[in-house]
Design a protein around this ligand. Sequence first.
Ligand SMILES: *Cc1c(COP(=O)(O)O)cnc(C)c1O
Length: 336
Amino acid sequence: MENIDWGNLGFGYLKTDFNVRSYWRDGKWETPTVTSDETITMHMAATCLHYGQEAFEGLKAFRGKDGLVRLFRVEENARRMIRSAEYLRMQPPTEELFVEMVKTAVRANEKYIPPYGTGASLYIRPLLIGTGPQVGVKPAEEYMLMVFVTPVGPYYKTGFNPIKVIIDRSHDRSAPHGTGHVKVGGNYAASLLSGDWGHSQGYPSVMYLDSCEKKYIDECGAANFYGIRDGSYITPKSTSVLPSITNKSLRTLAADLGLKVEERPVAVEELATFSEAGACGTAAVISPIGSVYDPDEQKTYTYGDTAGPWSVKLYDALRGIQQGETDDPYGWNTII
Ligand SMILES: *Cc1c(COP(=O)(O)O)cnc(C)c1O
């Protein structure tokens, strides 16, 4: 095991020993190779550089109470990367190749999987890029799929303490964030300006509204949004919300806990009616929201300085499964 201060890890890149790569060349995926090279050499006309042929994924491996290492819903990430690839006319990996490369990357870096009980986990970043040259706007003929890993702590410095959120209507960054239900880098570059603006105002997270009318909630930073009201788990339905695997899991767990699950357009004014709110995603897990500030309406919606009871229950249920503390009734974990 590496000598790392696991309990104080932030969310960033920490070098590990190996990454795994496979090229699509001449009509097939090559056998994946394991390398310790942190760099990629590519053609200057690679389509990922010019036309944004790039998709990525994010998932985690957890060391359980029983010492076993679990991947959470890896097939869902594989399927989403396939959808992202198809959307950008890239060669999609097979589900099997994706899962195999993730497993290889985790096993090769076993000593970087944080110990149980530290709150840290191993973040896994699969990346698919067009590496073949093109000058015209055409898909590449060569692609690289790679997987690297890095141990991470909480996404927000506040951990499970509620975050402050600000609504951004000004940078027009709602639709680009999750266009077409795919996880692609260009959407993120388009959200950086807005994120920096939020930070400059003193908010770690920005809330994006629908790009057309600015009436409905889309997402909260790089995470999905949920609100709790009168025994309901309410989460936005919109074509520009990235379908979060964490949110999908929370909808299932919420129903198991006896909440009614509503997936529908959520108007901004509904923020006033929630007893709890949160942001959810692989990186953020659940980050309870303490308040949402609407600078255009000069209004603040507040939910309190500590996580609400439903957010705590949902967090415990999700973490319990991921860390092997409770049963895994839906078979979400892959033990490796
Ligand atoms: C990855 C991502 C999420 C979270 O999805 P998970 O599958 O739960 O990790 C939410 N919103 C955006 C824009 C994302 O890229």
